[in-house]
Design a protein around this ligand. Structure first.
Ligand code: DC
Length: 225
């Protein structure tokens, strides 16, 4: 099936930039599907931690990624018969996800799975390489970012809300390390895609960011006609 004419909004950016919230709300407003590509790396990481697959075993990890028994049901993420929506958000899983995301065979194993999310009437895809690698012909590409302090603050609140322990200094250090790893890896490093519009949300509410993306999308749609 040719899906290349189905509209995609690619929203990339660093961890805890708020892109997940913004992407989900944009998808809801437009009635589009939503892809949380980070969840796929987190699911692979969680699966590896549970099955004792080493985080440098590229072949073993790629095998796990290629046969992930995952399902996205509304806001929930399931791995086989378990609801892992909260478990994949834990810091150790996020760190492991960031490490295995640097492995080309893992990225390759998740490639086709991600393309499968492109369905009518459209898709909002959230990640690091949505606009650069997975959907390079997206109708709109947004690079959504925020200062590391604003992001640490948001992550802190998220963790506390979910009942996880959190320490601000550790979070800041962790975010900086993860930024460096995501931006400096050899494959699909985090960087704005060509033609991406940059949105710095440090001093913006999620709703303001949503409105900006929607207005860019309307303009992109008109431009494409
Ligand atoms: O967005 P997130 O924090 O849930 O992503 C978890 C990790 O997965 C992140 O450290 C980098 C990686 N990732 C990636 O490499 N490519 C993507 N498209 C999405 C996430």
């Amino acid at each position: 099936m040719n899906t290349s004419n189905i509209a995609v909004i690619a929203i990339d950016g660093p961890t805890a930039s708020g892109k997940g919230t913004v992407a989900q709300r944009v998808a809801l407003r437009l009635g589009f599907h939503y892809l949380d590509s980070g969840a796929l790396y987190r699911l692979t990481a969680l699966s590896a931690l549970r099955k004792n697959v080493l985080l440098n075993d590229e072949h073993g990890l790629a095998k796990l990624a290629a046969s992930l028994p995952c399902q996205f049901i509304g806001d929930e993420v399931w791995l086989a018969h378990e609801n892992v929506t909260n478990a994949i958000r834990a810091e150790d899983v996020g760190n492991a996800a960031s490490r295995i995301a640097a492995l080309p065979a893992v990225r390759q194993a998740l490639y086709g799975l991600q393309l499968g999310f492109r369905k009518a009437p459209g898709l909002v895809a959230d990640g690091r390489d949505m606009g650069t690698v997975i959907f390079p012909n997206a109708l709109l590409k947004v690079f959504l970012t925020a200062s590391v302090e604003a992001r640490a603050d948001r992550r802190y609140k998220q963790l506390i809300d979910k009942g996880f322990p959190a320490n601000m200094d550790d979070l800041l250090k962790d975010l900086k390390e993860r930024d460096a790893r995501d931006a400096n890896r050899a494959v699909a490093p985090l960087k704005p895609a060509e033609g991406a519009l940059v949105l710095d949300t440090s001093a913006m509410t999620a709703d303001e960011a949503v409105e900006q993306v929607l207005s860019w999308f309307t303009a992109a749609r008109h431009g494409a006609r």
